[in-house]
Design a protein around this ligand. Structure first.
Ligand code: HEM
Length: 474
C-alpha cells in the first residue's frame, strides 16, 4: 500500500491554482511545506506536481539513474527566449544541448574562470568608485547596483560586450525587459492556454519584451562579426566552435538562445546571492565583523588577487550559509524515467513533475538542527560542510544539469564581497528593515537600501591593476 500524498483543498476544474501566489511562488511553496511537511501535491488544470521538502527526498530524486530534469511549466515559457539553450533544452531529444555543453564545459573550469578575474574586478571597481563618490550620506538601492555588477560582468566575461550599466541613470532597458519577461513567463506558466489567448494586451507586451531581448543578442552578434576576431570566449566558442565528436557547430538561433540563457541564468542568481549576503551580514554584526577581520588580516591592505581565491574560510562559510538559507534558484523540477516509489511509500508515475523545493530542503531540521532557520556561517566551518549528509546543500542543482556557472559565480562573489567589505563599512539605511523577497525566476531581497562609508587605509582603486596571479593549485 502506498501512502497518500497530502493535497490542499482546490477549486473545481482549476485545482490548486489559488494556492500559489504568482508574484512570489516560492513563498507559497514554503507556506505549504510548513503545513504539509516533507511532501505534498498540487493539481493545476488537471496536471499534477509533487513538491518535496526534505533533504532525504531531495537526495533520493538526485539519483540520475531514476530521475532527470524536467522542463516545468514556467520553464516552458522561458523557452520563448531561451529555446534549446543549456538551461531549457529538453533531453535527450534536443541534441544542440550536447554540442553547447561539450564546447562550453572547458571554459567554465576554475582555472579558465581565473582568467576572467581582471574583467570581474573592472566592473566591481565601477561599483566601488560610484559608492565612494556618492559618500556616506547616499542611500543606495542595493539590488539595482549589485545587478549592474553581475549583468555587466556576465556580458563582459562571456561576450566581451560592455553594457556600461554604471554609466546610465536608470537600469539598462535590456535588464528591465528581462526582469519583466521572467515575471510574465512565470505567470503565463500558471494560466490556462485558453485564458492566455484572450489576454491580447499582455500578449502584445510579452512579444515586445522578447523583441528587446533578441535585439540585444542581434547587436552582440553583429559587433562580434564586425570585429572578425577569433577570441575564444563563450560567445566566440558558441559562434565558431565545432563539437569534437560530431564536427557539428550550433545554428544561429541556438546561439541566440544560449546568449539569452547566460544573460538570464548568469546574472540574477548571483546578484540575489550577493544582496542576500549583504542582508544577512548587516543583520548579523558579529558575522560581519569576523568577515571584515578575516579580509583585513589576509590582505593586509593590498587588493584581492586570484591567489586569494578560496583561502578565506569565513568568507566561504558566509557564501555557503547564504545560499543554504536563500538558494537564489529556489526550486528545480525532475521526473522519474519509470513509475517509482520515493521515501519508501509515495508513488510517483513515470514523467510526473517533482518540484525539488530547495529552499525548504536546505532548512531541514533533521540535517541542520533546531536552529536551521538561523544564519550561522559557523555551521559551514571546520569540516562541517564536508561532513553533512549527501546532497544536503544543492544551491547549484545536481548532476548533468547542474549549474555550469558555479565556479564563475563563486569567483565573482568572492571578488565582490571582499572588495566591498575592504573598501566600505556598510549600514542599513533603515535599521528596522524587515526582509521582503522579490521573485522573478530567482529570488532577492526587495527594497533593501544601504549606506556605504568609505574605510580609512583601504587600497585605492583609481585604475584597475591586474589581480590575476594564477589559479591557486594547493
Ligand atoms: C549564485 C549564483 C547561481 C546559482 C545559485 C545558480 C543556480 C543554478 C541551478 C540550481 C541550476 C540548475 C537548474 C535546474 O536543475 O533546473 C543552474 C543551471 C544553470 N546555470 Fe546557474 N546559478 C548561478 C550562477 C550562474 C552563472 C554565473 C551562470 C553563467 C555564467 C549560470 C549558468 C547556468 C546555466 C547555463 C545552467 C543550465 C545548465 C544545463 O542544464 O546545462 N549560473 N544554475
Amino acid at each position: 500500500m502506498h501512502a497518500t500524498i497530502p493535497r490542499p483543498p482546490g477549486l473545481p476544474l482549476l485545482g490548486n491554482v489559488d494556492a500559489i501566489d504568482q508574484d512570489v511562488p516560492f513563498q507559497s511553496l514554503h507556506l505549504l511545506a510548513q503545513k504539509y511537511g516533507e511532501i505534498y501535491e498540487l493539481e493545476m488544470f488537471g496536471t499534477k506536481r509533487v513538491v518535496i521538502n526534505s533533504q532525504a527526498l531531495m537526495s533520493e530524486v538526485s539519483d540520475e539513474k531514476r530521475f532527470s530534469k524536467k522542463i516545468a511549466e514556467n520553464s516552458t515559457q522561458l523557452r520563448n527566449a531561451a529555446g534549446d539553450g543549456l538551461f531549457t533544452a529538453r533531453l535527450p531529444e534536443e541534441k544542440n544541448w550536447y554540442i553547447a555543453h561539450n564546447l562550453l564545459m572547458p571554459l567554465f573550469k576554475p582555472d579558465k574562470i581565473c582568467d576572467l578575474a581582471d574583467d570581474m574586478m573592472d566592473i566591481v571597481s565601477q561599483l566601488v568608485l560610484k559608492w565612494q563618490r556618492l559618500g556616506p550620506d547616499a542611500i543606495i538601492d542595493t539590488a539595482a547596483d549589485i545587478s549592474r555588477v553581475t549583468l555587466d560582468i556576465v556580458c563582459l566575461c562571456a561576450m566581451s560586450y560592455r553594457l556600461n550599466s554604471f554609466y546610465r541613470e536608470s537600469v539598462h532597458p535590456f535588464a528591465v525587459a528581462m526582469a519583466d519577461f521572467l515575471l510574465e513567463s512565470t505567470k503565463r506558466g500558471a494560466r490556462a492556454p485558453a485564458v492566455q489567448n484572450l489576454m491580447v494586451a499582455e500578449n502584445k507586451k510579452y512579444e515586445a519584451l522578447m523583441k528587446t531581448l533578441f535585439a540585444t543578442t542581434d547587436d552582440i552578434l553583429a559587433q562580434r562579426r564586425a570585429l572578425s576576431t577569433d577570441k575564444q570566449d563563450i560567445l566566440g566558442t558558441l559562434m565558431y566552435g565545432k563539437d569534437k565528436e560530431t564536427g557539428q557547430g550550433l545554428p544561429e538561433k541556438t546561439i541566440q538562445y544560449n546568449l539569452l540563457t547566460f544573460l538570464i541564468a548568469g546574472h540574477e542568481t548571483t546578484s540575489g546571492m550577493l544582496v542576500f549576503a549583504l542582508y544577512y551580514l548587516l543583520t548579523h554584526p558579529e558575522a560581519m565583523r569576523k568577515l571584515q577581520e578575516e579580509i583585513d588580516t589576509t590582505l593586509g591592505g593590498r587588493l584581492f588577487t586570484t591567489k586569494d581565491l578560496n583561502t578565506m574560510p569565513y568568507l566561504i562559510a558566509v557564501m555557503r550559509e547564504t545560499l543554504r538559507l536563500a538558494p537564489t534558484a529556489p526550486a528545480r523540477t525532475v521526473a522519474p524515467f519509470e513509475d517509482t516509489v520515493i521515501g519508501g511509500k509515495y508513488f510517483i508515475a513515470k514523467g510526473e513533475s517533482i518540484i525539488v523545493n530547495t529552499y525548504d530542503c536546505q532548512r531541514d531540521r533533521k540535517v541542520w538542527g533546531e536552529d536551521a532557520e538561523e544564519f550561522k556561517p559557523e555551521r559551514m566551518l571546520d569540516g562541517k560542510y564536508d561532513a553533512m549528509p549527501r546532497q544536503a546543500w544543492q544551491a547549484f542543482g545536481y548532476g548533468e544539469r547542474a549549474c555550469i556557472g558555479g565556479a564563475f559565480a563563486w569567483q565573482e562573489a568572492q571578488i565582490a564581497l571582499v572588495t566591498i567589505f575592504q573598501q566600505f563599512d556598510l549600514a542599513m539605511a533603515d535599521p528596522k528593515y524587515q526582509l521582503a523577497v522579490k521573485q522573478t525566476l530567482s529570488i532577492k531581497p526587495a527594497n533593501f537600501f544601504i549606506r556605504a562609508t568609505p574605510r580609512k587605509d583601504k587600497p585605492r582603486l583609481f585604475a584597475v591593476p591586474s589581480i590575476n596571479k594564477g589559479y591557486p593549485t594547493a
